[in-house]
Design a protein around this ligand. Sequence first.
Ligand code: TYC
Length: 111
Amino acid sequence: MADEHDQDQDIERGPGVGVVEKTAPRTKRPSLYKVVLLNDDYTPQEFVVWLLQAIFKKDAEEAVRIMLHVHNNGVGICGVYTYEVAETKVAQVMELSRRNQHPLQCMMERE
Ligand code: TYC
């Protein structure tokens, strides 16, 4: 925004002379983190599907797809979030697994 001083300067310089004002952006995009689920031989498939719906807000079809991907590949992505959200989701998975006595493991990885 030109203030009165800038306008005075423009008048003194005449037409065709402008002042380029560019401020550096002050915000940085936050780093993102993948929340990944690890396969194991003991956690029931239905529990993993339920957890993907409850914590990661997946619909039933997507939850089954992710669970089977982890089951077949050993690891899979549940979602990508900012640090605090990813941290909370990992803690929720670990706590629910522990309370249900399943060995399910979940971790976060910087994107
Ligand atoms: N492999 C488990 C079973 O066959 C199912 C499972 C899927 C476990 C995904 C963990 O992250 C997991 N019961």
